[in-house]
Ligand binder design. Structure first.
Ligand code: ADP
Length: 274
């Protein structure tokens, strides 16, 4: 059984029930070893997906400041063929982006067949930060859950495998990480008073996340909640889930690749005997 906590929208979801320090009774050394093994498998699966060109992979990462989105992306990128993977950060919308509907900038970054996109924040910001700070009226953001579901359904039906992860840290862990940043001159580029300001809205974000996760999860397109106080556990859990998500496609991708090769070889042979 995989360790990521699957939320499929069938019942009301509460973050409070999930311990951010949980590490599934796995110790650090074992998790790191398993990450390496899983990483190799992931590399092979992604190569196969790229070669067969039938599906694409969209990884959505959400979590509070310091929850480890950047670190996780580094860990994933360490196990992939960089040619087929792009990490895309979504920041405060630019003037041009803000002049369009909220999914416009997102849709453009959905991976093409064979490719993978990792969203560092995503369209979910439009029902998180936007809701918490009332950047648009409730009548607008409350419609967005339905719009997100329709959008994700469209993307999925076009062959994109969606994997949505919420990195779950505790309030104490966040404080520790923010203070550790302040103490480390090498992390100066990450220092932002905004992180302390957002922390004051902790409970509002909890509510917004619980709603986003509950309302935008289905059996076919669940959310995965990942206890993330332990960085080594977080990366292991996400990698394990990604391998689990891609594995069912392996046989078909192999077949497609074989069929492609046969067609190409026939063409080459026909050309040679001309
Ligand atoms: P990060 O914290 O992701 O490493 P930044 O410090 O640049 O990077 O933060 C990006 C900021 O952009 C976050 O505070 C996030 O809430 C904000 N943001 C992202 N999408 C939106 C949006 N649609 N509307 C308003 N703010 C957004």
């Amino acid at each position: 059984m995989a360790h990521a906590i699957e939320v499929d929208g069938s019942s009301k979801f509460s973050l409070q029930k999930i311990d951010p320090s949980d590490h599934g009774k796995i110790e650090k050394e074992e998790a790191e070893e398993r990450l390496v093994e899983l990483g190799k498998k992931f590399y092979d699966l992604m190569d196969l997906m790229f070669a067969s060109g039938s599906e694409s992979l969209l990884i959505v990462l959400q979590g509070r400041d310091t929850s480890g989105k950047d670190g996780l992306i580094r860990d994933i990128m360490g196990h992939v063929n960089a040619q087929s993977v792009h990490a895309i950060p979504f920041k405060v919308p630019t003037e041009d982006e803000a002049a369009h509907d909220f999914l416009w900038r997102i849709h453009k970054e959905v991976p093409s067949k064979g490719h993978t996109s990792i969203f560092n924040r995503s369209h979910y910001e439009d029902v998180l930060v936007v809701r918490v700070h009332g950047l648009v009226p409730k009548s607008v953001w409350s419609e967005r859950y339905k719009q997100i579901n329709q959008f994700e359904e469209l993307v999925q039906s076009n062959g994109t495998i969606i994997q949505k992860f919420y990195l779950h840290i505790s309030k104490d862990e966040q404080e520790e990480r923010l203070r550790a940043r302040e103490a480390d001159p090498a992390k100066a580029w990450k220092l932002a008073v905004g992180d302390w300001k957002e922390r004051e809205f902790w409970d509002d974000y909890t509510e917004a996340y619980e709603d986003a996760i509950s309302k935008c999860a289905t059996k076919d397109n669940p959310w995965y909640v990942v206890p993330a106080n332990h960085k080594w556990y977080r990366s292991f859990v996400v990698m394990e889930q990604l391998v689990k998500a891609l594995s069912p496609f392996e046989d078909r991708w192999q077949e497609e690749l074989k069929a492609k090769r046969e067609v190409a070889m026939k063409e080459i042979e026909a050309f040679r005997t001309k």
